[in-house]
Design a protein. Structure first.
Length: 132
């Protein structure tokens, strides 16, 4: 994938974010977030968060697509967790107002023996959802 990126060819979202983290490049400079260790992109968590954010905004597929400059079918693909281009993922992250690195899973820790999202997401309950 690195060779493809170096020649200007399209790479997968996970590869793109790993390359960004490895070279210290912030792919979403307008959304604050600390730099992360290179890790895996959690497409399923991204898809679920996107669907929740769209629902909280009261947007249907057409309205969400129009807000990002996409067709409704692209919004459905994002929500299903289907592979998308880097540009689609970046626009969707901006729509959610969450940095792309929010969906990178840290490599397995030698001390804890498990991988965790970076940073760990806030706990959401019925009580906290009603407070928003």
């Amino acid at each position: 994938e690195l060779r493809k990126a170096m020649t200007g060819k399209q790479v997968q979202v996970g590869s793109y974010l790993r390359i960004c983290a490895a070279i210290g490049f912030d792919p979403c400079p307008d959304l604050p977030h600390p730099m992360v260790e290179p890790g895996e992109f959690n497409a399923l968590a991204f898809a679920m968060a996107f669907r929740i954010k769209r629902g909280l905004r009261g947007h249907d597929y057409e309205e969400a697509g129009a807000a990002m400059g996409f067709k409704p079918a692209t919004v459905r693909r994002i929500e299903c967790g289907n592979p998308t281009s880097v540009s689609v993922m970046m626009k969707a992250a901006k729509y959610m107002q969450l940095h792309a690195f929010s969906w990178v899973i840290r490599p397995v820790s030698k001390n804890k023996g498990m991988s965790v999202p970076y940073p760990s997401p806030a706990y959401v309950s019925r009580e906290t959802m009603g407070a928003a």
